[in-house]
Write a protein of this length. Structure first.
Length: 542
């Protein structure tokens, strides 16, 4: 009777052996490998003979048969009864106790392990959860030998959802001025302010969801992370209800969502010009100026700034938007800085910066920084001269002039991010210099400490130097990590567009990301966009 092929053969080209129990004795047949397959090892054959308890074979003779591998049956022992060996199985549990594996060793003349025996083996090894009975039934009918089969898989925990805040107002309010029939813009009615009454609910807290625990295959509970509660974005002039679920306005005023907090701003109104009679203005809320802002004065507001008259060479800074119902003649000294939008009829010879959008009928000979979109519309729609750095898009009727006025445009990279990147780089240079000084001081004091006891004054200086080193090391790593994040964002955002609904004149330079084009002839009704390393000219609706 044949004992069967070598069950541990892993490659079809490997050599294998057979043990046959015949009437006149026990025979060994060794087959050579094919191609690059592995030869049978004598150790493997002898282990099989010992496991089958075959008596009377000579080890040296068996080793010679294995080396020759002639495929010819060779008698190695006298006639004897074959020992029947049933299939056996082993259980392996993954280190995280999330899976259990079953490996079945092939029977040698005996029977296959039954399904009930496999279940008992799993139970004896502590596997009581997640057992796949379908896989067990399949293995019992169609055994797979000498392979690890996943037979049980646990239930992983499901983490809960974090809480959130449901706002009852527009946190990203868009301004849409009315364009009149003659092409001009009506700045009188733009629905700029979203108001709230005292006691009005501004936001509702959405509670977090708890997690669902899991189980290991051994039946041990696995805790789940519950969702974290959200924090009410409480700012100025708002209050939280007694149950902590609602954010409520404390006064009548304008809703402002700034730096992740909800505020209610009351408005400070200047009924005349900002001049010597008023002095500089600094206010936590909105500022409304009915007259002009004269040259040399400053207006600072935590909310919006609205000017009905003309702004001269003044400085206006706003935590919200800046709305100039007439315009600005900056005479080279005017500055506008907004954390929201800037809206004006015209701006000339000024330096302006907005974290979001800028909208005007004309901007001339000014330095412009805009985090999002610059839009020149209305009757004129002019962008002439100066420099212009815009995060995403420029839309204008006319860019440059027929006199080839130098107009320098950069689109596709948020100027605030670029400035932040430069500031971090400069900060790292300074900190690395101070860090080297601290390390030098520490080195000197360590040498002194090795030869004599440090005085209390020197010990205090060394302690301070150690703290300085720890602080600068940590801060430099933080700055470098932030620089990497900014670099990634700048690379992702290095795309923008410039649209001209009328002309782009020569003298205009347009950079989109790291690609640049110099306009050398009139372009009309077109869109400039980046295509790989080049700036392309496409149709207006590109």
């Amino acid at each position: 009777m044949s004992e069967g092929l070598n069950d541990l053969k892993k490659n079809i080209n490997d050599g294998f052996f057979e043990i046959n129990f015949l009437k006149d004795g026990v025979y060994l047949t060794v087959h050579p490998p094919f191609g690059k397959g592995k030869m049978v090892e004598s150790r493997e054959v002898i282990e099989r003979l010992n496991r089958k308890k075959i008596n009377g074979f000579k080890k040296d003779f068996v080793e010679l048969i294995v080396v020759n591998a002639t495929k010819i049956p060779v008698k190695i022992a006298d006639k004897q009864e074959e020992l029947k060996i049933n299939a056996v199985a082993t259980v392996m549990i993954s280190p995280d106790k999330m899976k259990a594996f079953l490996t079945i060793n092939s029977p040698e003349g005996g029977r296959m392990i039954s399904m009930n025996e496999m279940i008992g083996l799993l139970n004896n090894n502590g596997v009581i959860c997640g057992t796949n009975r379908t896989t067990l039934e399949t293995l019992a009918k169609y055994p797979i030998y000498n392979e690890m089969i996943c037979i049980a898989e646990s239930t992983p925990p499901v983490n809960g959802a974090n809480g959130s805040v449901d706002f009852h107002f527009e946190i990203d309010r868009q301004y849409k001025p009315t364009i009149l029939g003659d092409g001009s813009i009506d700045f009188r009615d733009m629905n700029l302010i979203e108001s709230a009454k005292k006691g009005q609910v501004l936001a509702t807290l959405v509670l977090p969801f708890p997690g669902i625990p899991g189980k290991t295959v051994l039946g041990t509970n696995i805790p789940a992370l519950s969702g974290k509660p959200a924090v009410m974005p409480k700012g100025k002039n708002v209050e939280i209800s007694a149950d902590g679920q609602f954010l409520i306005a404390s006064i009548d005023g304008q809703i402002g969502y700034i730096d992740g907090r909800v505020n209610i701003f009351s408005t400070y109104e200047v009924k005349e010009d900002v001049d010597n009679s008023t002095g500089n203005i600094s206010f936590v809320g909105n500022v409304s100026i009915r007259g002009n802002v004269l040259s040399g004065f400053m207006v600072e507001a935590g909310g919006n700034v609205e000017v009905w008259g003309v702004v001269e060479g003044a400085v206006i800074k706003a935590g919200g938007d800046i709305i100039l119902r007439t315009g600005m003649q900056g005479i080279g000294k005017g500055i506008l800085v907004s954390k929201g939008d800037i809206i004006a009829k015209y701006i000339e010879h000024s330096n302006i910066s907005a974290e979001n959008n800028i909208k005007a009928e004309a901007i001339m000979h000014s330095n412009v920084k805009c985090g999002n979109k610059l839009e020149l519309s209305g009757k004129k729609g002019l962008l002439i001269g100066g420099t212009c750095k815009v995060g995403k898009e420029i839309v204008a009727k006319v860019i440059g002039s027929y006199m080839a006025t130098v107009t320098d445009i950069e689109v596709g990279m948020d100027p605030a991010l670029r400035e932040k990147y430069k500031a971090l780089k400069d900060e790292i240079i300074l900190m690395e210099s101070d860090l080297r000084k601290a390390e030098q001081a520490i080195f000197i004091f360590r040498k002194l400490e090795a030869t004599s006891t440090l005085s209390p004054e020197k010990q205090a200086i060394m302690t301070k130097s150690l703290r300085t080193k720890l602080y600068y090391t940590s801060r430099i790593n933080e700055c470098r990590e932030e620089m990497l994040q900014i670099e990634t964002k700048l690379q992702q955002e290095a795309y923008g567009k410039v649209r001209a609904t009328d002309y782009i004149y020569p003298g205009t330079k347009v950079a989109i990301g790291s690609s640049t084009i110099y306009i050398r002839e009139n372009l009309q009704y077109c869109t400039l966009y980046r295509d790989g390393a080049d700036v392309r000219v496409g149709p207006i609706d590109k």
